[in-house]
Design a protein around this ligand. Structure first.
Ligand SMILES: [Zn+2]
Length: 380
């Protein structure tokens, strides 16, 4: 079965030498892009979709989400919007609700959010644990996440739970011991929140190394609340990505630029916590690889919308529209060390979004407007 998508005004492929084409067409076969070229000159296909002058982009790769949870924190958000600052400890509110929820409730909530993301153009998604913080609750969170994506991340080290507040070392021992044993079979990645009020650099090193020793890839939450050694630790350990990067030193930028570690920026967090936005220009000009993700979570960024994140990134983080789209597609793929998604070159997965717009510039030009006409996802 082959499908021709024809009459594409702008086709974004993210190919290195020619990232976008005008008046283009593509052919999908066996779930992959089989051919690219000028509109009207495509080979025969079994089925034809007329894009009718619309823009076609790769599906978004949202490399950072926390959607296995229960509860609502809109009151906390309301308080924050009236002057109370964000603190990492708010996570404990969601932990209590998540522990009390049934598997069915957690699964239904996460599946609803995945559907919401898909409707907005996200075709590859990472999901973290981190609201269970017991061996049983972290393992079940990851088992639920694994029913929704292959990109699952063990984040037992999200915050020190209340019952360990007087003995964080004992919690690190749990996270690197029994909890890791229970979670590793369901996880591809290990993550740690290395920041003020969460885990320090030495704890983060121990946690990531323990996960890596079990075959998990490393990623990190770092530099969200203050500068620290988190970014350089991520680079030192060869982490796939360090996420947030709100407060970076020049040494952090230099370390990222000379590494394979992606800097993943999360505009929804700064938007929802009224923190200053990081400057993407500084990272991109230094040569760092930059991704954009939603960080969908009930506390600091309850958006599932990559188009929204692109609009904010262009408006307030000094991305060009093309750079923001790249960061939300190919950048996210790099942050997950994936080469099969994030672009539409021949051989890549035919995960694509047909926009109700002639250009992806409309994500920032028409913020808040639903612009997704159709999402095509290749079968696994
Ligand atoms: Zn996060």
């Amino acid at each position: 079965m082959s499908t021709l998508v024809d009459n594409i005004a702008v086709l974004v492929t993210n190919e290195a030498d020619r990232p976008e084409r005008e008046n283009a067409a593509l052919v999908i076969e066996d779930g992959k892009v089989a051919w690219l070229g000028d509109a009207g000159s495509a080979p025969h296909a079994d089925e034809r979709i007329d894009a009718d002058g619309r823009c076609v982009i790769p599906g978004f790769v949202d490399s950072h989400s926390h959607i296995v949870f229960a509860g609502d924190r809109s009151t906390e958000f309301e308080h924050r919007m009236t002057g109370q600052p964000y603190a990492a400890g708010g996570i404990r509110t969601t932990v209590a609700a998540t522990r009390a929820a049934t598997d069915a409730e957690l699964t239904a909530n996460a599946a609803r959010l995945v559907a919401e993301m898909r409707a907005q153009g996200t075709t590859t998604l990472e999901i973290k644990s981190g609201y269970g913080l017991t061996t049983v609750d972290e393992a079940r969170s990851l088992a639920i996440a694994a029913t929704l994506t292959s990109e699952t991340t063990y984040l037992g080290a999200h915050v020190v739970p209340a019952e360990f507040k007087d003995d964080p070392a004992a919690y690190v021992a749990l996270v690197t011991g029994e909890m890791l044993d229970a979670c590793a079979p369901h996880a591809k990645w290990v993550d740690v929140f290395c920041d003020n009020g969460a885990f320090d650099v030495d704890q983060a090193r121990a946690i990531l190394k323990a996960g890596m020793a079990r075959g998990l890839g490393a990623r990190m939450h770092g530099a969200q609340l203050a500068p620290s050694g988190a970014v350089q630790l991520a680079v030192e350990l060869g982490a796939a990505s360090v996420d947030h990067c709100t407060f970076l030193t020049d040494a952090d930028v230099g370390a990222l630029a000379g590494s394979e570690t992606v800097a993943t920026l999360l505009p929804g967090v700064e938007f929802s916590t009224r923190q200053p936005y990081p400057d993407a220009r500084r990272l991109i000009d230094a040569g760092a690889t930059v991704a954009l993700a939603c960080d969908c979570n009930p506390g600091s960024s309850f958006t599932s919308s990559m188009p929204f994140c692109i609009a904010v990134a262009v408006r307030d983080m000094n991305f060009s529209p093309a750079e923001a789209l790249w960061a939300a597609t190919a950048g996210g793929a790099a942050a997950l060390r994936r080469t099969d998604v994030g672009g539409l070159a021949v051989g890549q997965r035919a995960d694509l979004v047909i926009l109700d717009a002639p250009s992806y510039v409309h994500f920032a030009y028409r913020p808040g407007v639903p612009l997704v006409h159709r999402v095509l996802v290749s079968a696994d």
